[in-house]
Design a protein around this ligand. Structure first.
Ligand SMILES: NC(=O)C1=CN([C@@H]2O[C@H](COP(=O)(O)OP(=O)(O)OC[C@H]3O[C@@H](n4cnc5c(N)ncnc54)[C@H](O)[C@@H]3O)[C@@H](O)[C@H]2O)C=CC1
Ligand SMILES: O=C(O)CCC(=O)C(=O)O
Length: 527
């Protein structure tokens, strides 16, 4: 078997390449390429490991015909078009904790540097000025620190700031009162942060809701003398407005690690007073870079080699222990989804996935993803369990998952039901022996069959002589029958036949089969 191949396209700790190799992947480290160069190369890789320089755009993703996973050695993934990657079936992972302490410490360093104007004092002292009389700092003890965003990094900043004897208030719509109490901070609204805080520090992702959160209007209405720190993302602050307000003195100081356009080669802020900056160094410590490099390579290799999913932003997690256990279930789920997708006709807008017995104990999300992937194959060749839920949503498919505690006839069972204009249609399957997927029910009729390769589904009247007639027809057309599986609703009533064939039945053979006495319907199936 050929090894999966990963590309590391941004500067990363060498441990990343080592881990890829140790975990059974080939890896190339090629950094600093232009988008055109990356586009020309990306087709040969299954994994792409990045930091913030590589921009994973739709153009890159369109060229990434073999790509299965993108791993961000860090937290922010605004340089990856996640919806587009999801549509392409590519998993996007990050390393949500590896650099959070380091980034929080950078924010604290920025607060202290602003309070005591350390960068300016340093430059002028080294220039031989000894400018002691020009600098007068402020203490942080007793001052109010306002957090915008109190997630991983914001909470670490809060704990350090409390240690510095600051009062901490926070605006974060997802912060609960209980968590605020646990952190020892006060939950307030955004206006309160801006009107009460002496220092404000931003720790949110860049999203449509947070873009320009510190707009000109908000900055103008903020407490006079406020100092602002941004170690999260450029784009959260109106940079031109901040420059104007530093110049007017309304904002007493600002420290940015991140800019709207990076690398920031010029900015109105560079000439503004009391402005300090670093070139996106928030995550740049040896410790953080080793952490994120190890983590991203471990996670990506785990997915490429074992199917384990950790810290994915566009699909549910699946541990390396769970992955092998779930594998036969996912094969069964995909076949059931595919069967119902091939058999049910009309405008299908509702699908339900029920699990009972051992299947009910499992992580249901990957099973649902696999059912949907099989089902959606009727619409798309490139669908997989990553993009299937997105495609299903796009098409307005109503998906429900049901877990039954009851014991049924089988140790483990998955049932997939679609709502058709003629009512619900369901198929069910189980795992036999060491995990072989088997169909056990089709539209209410018990039948045991392996769903594999070229098949023919026939609905017929349960009358003597029928099996012989179908067998003869196949023989006359030179088609070898692999397996022959029968089921019936009741003796003499409606019956179904599932044939596996060594070759695909042509339209002509299907037309002949439709004419066989007793046949009500024939459908060719492919698995
Ligand atoms: N400068 C650097 O080198 C680094 C920057 N970062 C940036 O820091 C950001 C935050 O990282 P974490 O704390 O780990 O993320 P997180 O996801 O743990 O926390 C983000 C918090 O922002 C909150 N939030 C979301 N929308 C909000 C809104 N409209 N208003 C206020 N709060 C909102 C969320 O509820 C969440 O609590 C990352 O998204 C990344 O962009 C992260 C690492 C390094
Ligand atoms: O990789 C870096 O240096 C930037 C880190 C960062 O911005 C992040 O993790 O969100």
């Amino acid at each position: 078997m050929t090894k999966p191949k990963a590309l590391i396209s941004d500067k990363m700790d060498p441990n990343a390449a080592r881990i890829f190799e140790e975990r059974g992947c080939d890896v190339d480290v090629i950094t600093g390429e232009t988008p055109e160069e990356l586009k020309a190369r990306i087709g040969e890789y299954h994994g792409l490991a990045i930091r913030s320089s590589t921009k994973v755009t739709p153009e890159i993703l369109d060229a990434a015909t073999n790509l299965k996973v993108i791993g961000r050695a860090g937290i922010g993934v605004d340089n990856v078009d996640i919806p587009y990657a999801s549509g392409k079936g590519v998993v996007v992972m990050n390393t949500p904790f590896g650099n959070s302490i380091t980034t929080a410490e950078h924010a604290i360093a920025m607060i202290m540097a602003l309070a005591r104007q350390i960068p300016d004092a340093n430059v002028r002292t080294k220039a031989g000025e000894w400018p002691k009389k020009d600098f007068m700092g402020v203490e942080v003890t007793g001052k109010t620190l306002g957090l915008i965003g109190a997630g991983n990094i914001g909470s670490i900043v809060a704990s350090r700031a409390l240690g510095l004897k600051m009062k901490v208030i926070a605006y974060d719509p997802f912060l609960t009162e209980d968590r605020a109490v646990e952190l020892g901070i006060e939950k307030v609204d955004l206006d309160a942060v801006l009107s009460r805080a002496d220092f404000v520090t931003l720790h949110t992702p860049l999203t449509d809701q947070t873009r320009n959160i510190l707009s000109r209007e908000r900055l103008e209405n903020a407490k006079p003398g406020i100092r602002i720190v941004n170690c999260a993302r450029g784009g959260l602050i109106d940079e031109a407005a901040l420059a104007d307000l530093l110049t007017s003195g309304h904002v007493a100081g600002a420290a940015l690690d991140v800019f709207q356009t990076e690398p920031a080669k010029e900015s109105p802020l560079f000439d503004a007073p009391n402005f300090i900056c670093t070139p996106h160094l928030g995550a740049s410590t040896t410790e953080a870079q080793v952490n994120v490099a190890l983590q991203v390579a471990e996670q990506m290799a785990d997915y490429l080699v074992n199917g384990g999913v950790t810290n994915a932003l566009n699909m549910p997690s699946l541990s390396a222990e769970e992955a092998p256990k779930l594998k036969p279930y996912m094969a069964l789920a995909e076949k059931l989804g595919s069967l119902v997708g091939q058999l049910a006709h009309g405008n299908l807008t509702k699908i339900s996935i029920e699990r009972e017995g051992a299947a009910s104990e499992l992580n249901g999300k990957p099973i649902t993803g696999a059912v949907l992937a099989g089902f959606m194959r009727r619409y798309s060749d490139t669908v997989n369990m990553v993009n299937a839920p997105y495609l299903a949503k796009e098409r307005g498919l109503d998906v429900s998952e049901v877990r039954h505690d009851r014991d049924g006839a089988y140790n483990t069972l998955i049932r997939v039901t679609v709502e058709t204009s003629a009512g619900p249609r369901s198929v069910a399957g189980t795992l036999f022996g060491s995990g072989a997927p088997r169909l056990v029910e089709i539209f209410g009729i018990g039948i045991e069959a392996e769903l594999d390769g070229h098949m023919l589904y026939v609905v017929n009247d349960d009358k003597p002589g029928f099996i012989g007639r179908i067998g003869t027809l196949m023989g006359e057309n030179g088609i070898n029958i692999g397996t022959f599986n029968l089921g019936r609703r009741d003796a003499g009533g409606e019956a179904v036949l599932l044939l596996s064939l060594d070759e695909k039945a042509s339209d002509d053979v299907i037309a002949q089969a439709e004419k066989v006495e007793g046949v009500k319907m024939v459908t060719a199936l492919e698995f």
